[in-house]
Design a protein around this ligand. Structure first.
Ligand code: COA
Length: 317
């Protein structure tokens, strides 16, 4: 088995915060409703910085943290569903700022909604096997706030902005296994794109909260179980589960179902809300900076989101 080594991590969130109390002045809601149902207290909301800026700041930190030479970078993958432009990609926008324009870099964005970072890491794993001499910078970055209707209390309370990044390299002795999947569903969670024909629909996020909740408790669990079964492990063998921070109640339900102990979980939803594709990457960096991750630790990275998309990656730190 071969896989990837994570050489460095970084994250960046806008300074501006939007608390539940702040939201209660904008829509008919309050902390007493939001916190028990979601685990969210506040979120970071960009005032002027776009997705490429957040992605750049996170990538810069991850590259510094990895200690690699920039000439080693062969791939930049940005998982996002809130890119600055439809084209060029956020990944291409980073090339200039990271001073990578004078070398061969395959740079592209990937949209798998909140599962984006899991998808991007899986793609990086496959690409690096073809270029073991190169590194990939894999970024999850979102300014989700620009896609929200701040008069719709059922969605605007959930999401926040942020970016996380990792630098990864092929490793012949690394263990990496994934079960990643998708199924077409445009009703549960959707943000319309460029208006087509005589469309009058606004470009905001709409969601069937209960449908998404049920999906989130069920499908990621299947992928986790399949990964564990393939590797011959039980949940007890896993050091940390980095479960997409969409809702603390979803994490609690999945933990009960999958027998994940509290100490196996890392949670930061209270501070950031749901940062979509950035969520797992931000967790990785925070855990790294706090010294929680020790060499050889067994990790499950679990994502789910619109598409519908979901998946679990097993890797060792
Ligand atoms: N503040 C106050 N009341 C609110 C509210 C808010 N922010 N949002 C909804 N309500 C109201 C509804 O209008 C409804 O009122 P009614 O009974 O008078 O009609 C009531 O609360 C219950 O609404 P419901 O949508 O059934 O709530 P819920 O218990 O399903 O919780 C979510 C809503 C969004 C917290 C929950 O469904 C959820 O977390 N779903 C998953 C969402 C998710 O994770 N999405 C991203 C996936 S990547």
């Amino acid at each position: 088995m071969s896989g990837i080594d994570i050489l460095g991590t970084g994250h960046y969130v806008p300074e501006n915060r939007l608390s539940n109390d702040d939201l209660s002045k904008m829509v008919k809601t309050n902390d007493e409703w939001i916190f028990p149902r979601t685990g969210i207290k506040t979120r970071h909301i960009s005032k002027t910085e776009n997705t490429s800026e957040l992605a750049y700041q996170a990538a810069k930190k991850a590259i510094e943290n990895s200690g690699i030479d920039k000439s080693d970078i062969g791939f930049i993958i940005v998982a996002t569903c809130s890119a600055d432009n439809i084209m060029p990609s956020v990944a291409c926008m980073l090339l200039d700022r990271l001073d990578l324009n004078n070398q061969h870099v395959m740079a592209f964005d990937l949209n798998a909604a909140c599962t984006g970072f899991v998808y991007a890491l899986s793609v990086a794993n496959a690409l690096l096997a073809t270029r073991p001499d190169k590194c990939a910078v894999v970024i999850g970055a979102e300014v989700f706030s620009k896609l929200l209707d701040y008069t719709d209390r059922s969605t605007c309370i959930l999401f926040g902005d942020g970016a996380g990044a990792v630098v990864v390299k092929y490793c012949a002795s690394a263990k990496f296994y994934q079960v990643i999947s998708s199924k077409g569903n445009t009703d549960a969670l959707r943000i319309p794109g460029v208006p087509f024909y005589d469309c009058t629909e606004p470009s905001y996020c709409t969601m069937n909260g209960q449908e998404v909740f049920k999906f989130a408790v069920e499908y990621p669990s299947y992928s986790m179980q399949e990964v564990l079964d393939h590797l011959g492990y039980t949940m007890k063998d896993i050091h940390y589960v980095l479960f997409h921070q969409a809702n603390a109640r979803i994490v609690a339900s999945v933990s009960k179902r999958m027998k994940i102990r509290q100490e196996q979980l890392y949670m930061n939803i209270e501070e950031y809300g749901n940062t979509s594709a950035a969520s797992i990457a931000i967790m990785l960096d925070e855990m790294n900076q706090k010294g929680l991750l020790k060499k050889g630790m067994k990790l499950l990275l679990v994502g789910f989101g619109a598409g519908l998309t979901w998946g679990t990656i097993y890797l060792e730190w």
